[in-house]
Design a protein around this ligand. Structure first.
Ligand SMILES: CC(C)(COP(=O)(O)OP(=O)(O)OC[C@H]1O[C@@H](n2cnc3c(N)ncnc32)[C@H](O)[C@@H]1OP(=O)(O)O)[C@@H](O)C(=O)NCCC(=O)NCCS
Length: 174
């Protein structure tokens, strides 16, 4: 938990450049993105140790309208710049160093027990959604309000409903 959380915090603070320990501490106290990754990792820690996750899950929902299933898998370095309205369904998998903006949803298709898989370094723009057992390839960018219903190749930029590949490679960081 702690190593994953350390990497989450580092990625969420990366935009602020080099920080003194005091500034880092103050940002950790004030930034919503840090509060949310702490709560998500705490929820996973409780689930792993068979401690009820109810209270942590409720805090995430009440304050941020975020629901994360303890049956999802989330790699280290999770970055949540505007953490609200995010839903991560059971059996979803998120690789390392992914970015999820506000209102991102990873949801199941009806009756299926396999959620979306985001490989490492995926960027899910504001309101982007992935439905069912789709795989979004390493380093792919999913545009604002896209709905991903089919696999997206690595490094592709995709957008629209249903999401279509706009370009097959991401040249610069968004
Ligand atoms: C998908 C995205 C990465 C594409 O950026 P881009 O490569 O610069 O592409 P362009 O803006 O040149 O647009 C290319 C085409 O895709 C369309 N397009 C771009 N974004 C789209 C979207 N979200 N949904 C539907 N179509 C989109 C454009 O209208 C354009 O169509 P055209 O060729 O028919 O004119 C970008 O639009 C996006 O959504 N970024 C995420 C932003 C975000 O979530 N930021 C976080 C909050 S700050």
């Amino acid at each position: 938990m702690f190593e994953d959380l350390r990497q989450d915090i580092d990625r969420n603070l990366a935009d602020y450049g080099p920080l003194s320990p005091v500034k880092r501490f103050l940002l950790c106290l004030t930034l919503n993105s840090i509060h949310v990754v702490v709560l998500i990792r705490l929820q996973f820690w409780c689930a792993r140790h068979r401690i009820p996750t109810f209270f942590v899950a409720k805090i995430l929902f009440w304050f941020f309208k975020i629901e994360v299933s303890s049956k999802a898998v989330i790699g280290a370095g999770l970055r949540l710049p505007h953490p609200m309205g995010i839903i991560i369904a059971p059996f979803s998998q998120i690789g390392r160093n992914c970015d999820l903006y506000a209102d991102v949803r990873l949801v199941l298709s009806h009756g299926r027990k396999q959620g979306p898989v985001l490989e490492d370094g995926v960027f899910m723009g504001d309101g982007a959604k992935a439905v069912g057992a789709v795989r979004i390839g390493q380093g792919a960018t999913i545009g604002v309000s896209a709905v991903v219903t089919r696999d997206i190749p690595p490094n592709a930029v995709a957008a629209g409903i249903p999401a279509r590949v706009l370009t097959s490679s991401r040249s610069t960081e968004p």
